[in-house]
Ligand binder design. Structure first.
Ligand SMILES: NC(=O)c1ccc[n+]([C@@H]2O[C@H](COP(=O)([O-])OP(=O)(O)OC[C@H]3O[C@@H](n4cnc5c(N)ncnc54)[C@H](O)[C@@H]3O)[C@@H](O)[C@H]2O)c1
Ligand SMILES: O=C(O)C(=O)C[C@]1(C(=O)O)C=C[C@@H](O)C=C1
Length: 361
């Protein structure tokens, strides 16, 4: 692929444009908001100049409801050899494109399973998709050249291609992406009206489960409106689980010992089912979940502390597999949790202590 046109230079469009530009593709950028394409260009994602002829691949990174009309418009002016979108929902846009009389053979619906709770080009990073699944939904009429160009896009972004049927994809993301977004919002919404004395106690657990609640509501309304049935099905099952869990908790309050035992068994069953589900969540780079050991290091909240800790870990010859930062409320300090291979943990602890770091165990 030599040339690409990215329509919609928000988080996803700019991230993939940065990856393509960084690997030598000439990328043209377009957005209905000129500030966004200007910002993306200033970040090095490509040029705001529009292409003179047809580009190899047009990537449509606009909200789901606008994908089909945008693809159809580009196809009418023969903008590219192939068209791919990156929307979070796949069945609807393909059917809408067919309804608009668009060419479904030169279009391939795709969805990178990577993102974040922030929107816009300033949140973009070139490595956003590295090692992440990127769903492709070809149909029997998809042209081979189109599939190959989109596979090249995925390879240039260092993601892992996964082929799926569009409707099966939509049912899958209802469970692994769309319902989690709503559950995060629902829980965070409870904090909105909670007493300040409760909110000030927020620790890492509630931060983890409410991260997604910071997402852009308009974008998510668009995503959920394009996949309402499968998401409602997941939530209905969860509602049944919640009712069962509430019954168990009420039983734990009962005077009758047998009832309390039944309640405890119900709660334990939920927690164990949770353990089993969590174990199935793939680890980094789509690999099997890894059992890392956590080394917790106290840091002061000042510039360069994180860089220094990473450099010291590097000097100890230890690879950091994952990292989390916990900020202490009202203090200029925090706890950095470094996840490492179990064999590396003692080496890292000894080496960091030697270099003056305070380790929490
Ligand atoms: N945010 C995520 O985590 C994530 C992850 C994977 C896929 N997606 C999908 O990627 C797409 C883009 O999401 P995002 O998070 O980058 O959103 P974003 O809000 O950061 O960016 C969307 C951009 O599209 C522009 N835009 C809107 N209508 C346009 C039009 N008609 N023509 C040109 N530009 C237009 C907006 O001005 C904006 O800059 C969506 O379809 C979303 O479902 C999002
Ligand atoms: O990690 C996040 O912040 C995301 O919300 C990313 C996430 C996801 O649910 O995994 C969100 C929506 C996308 O369509 C793909 C990825």
């Amino acid at each position: 692929m030599r040339t690409a046109l990215v329509i919609g230079t928000g988080l996803i469009g700019t991230s993939l444009a940065l990856a393509l530009s960084g690997r030598g593709v000439r990328v043209h950028l377009a957005d209905t908001d000129p500030d966004r394409s200007r910002t993306a260009a200033a970040l090095g994602a490509g040029t705001e100049e529009q292409p003179e002829g047809r580009v190899d691949l047009a990537v449509i990174a606009v909200p789901p409801a606008l994908i089909a009309p945008t693809v159809a418009g580009l196809q009418r002016r023969g903008a590219a050899r192939a068209y791919a979108d990156v929307g979070s929902v796949k069945g609807g846009p393909r059917r809408e494109l067919a309804g608009l009389g668009g060419d479904t053979a030169s279009y391939l619906g795709s969805h990178p399973m990577a993102g974040r709770e922030r929107s816009g080009p300033l949140a973009a990073t070139a490595d956003l998709f590295e090692g992440r699944p990127w769903v492709l939904t070809p149909t029997p009429d998809t042209e081979t050249e189109v599939l190959n160009l989109v596979l090249e896009l995925v390879a240039l972004c260092r993601a892992v291609p996964v082929v799926m049927d569009a409707d099966a994809h939509d049912r899958a993301v209802a469970l692994v992406s769309h319902a989690p977004q709503l559950l995060s919002s629902l829980l965070a919404a409870r904090l909105g009206t909670a007493d300040e004395s409760a909110v000030r106690l927020c620790g890492q657990g509630v931060r983890d489960v409410t991260r997604l609640a910071a997402s852009e509501p308009r974008m998510w309304l668009d995503i959920l409106a394009a996949n309402p049935g499968p998401v409602a099905d997941v939530l209905a099952e969860l509602a049944a689980d919640l009712e069962e869990t509430i019954r168990s908790l009420r039983a734990l309050e009962a005077a009758d010992e047998a009832k309390r035992e039944g309640g405890a068994a119900g709660i334990e069953a939920v927690l164990r089912r949770g353990n089993a589900g969590r174990e199935r969540v793939p680890g980094k780079h789509g690999a099997a979940p890894a059992a890392y050991e956590t080394v917790a290091v106290l840091i002061t909240d000042q510039p360069g502390e994180l860089a220094r800790i990473f450099a010291d870990a590097g000097r100890a010859g230890v690879n950091i597999e994952d990292v989390r930062i916990e900020h202490a409320t009202g203090q200029q300090a925090g706890l950095v949790q470094l996840m490492v291979e179990p064999v590396s943990a003692p080496v890292l602890i000894a080496s960091l202590r030697e270099r003056g770091w305070s380790i929490r165990q």
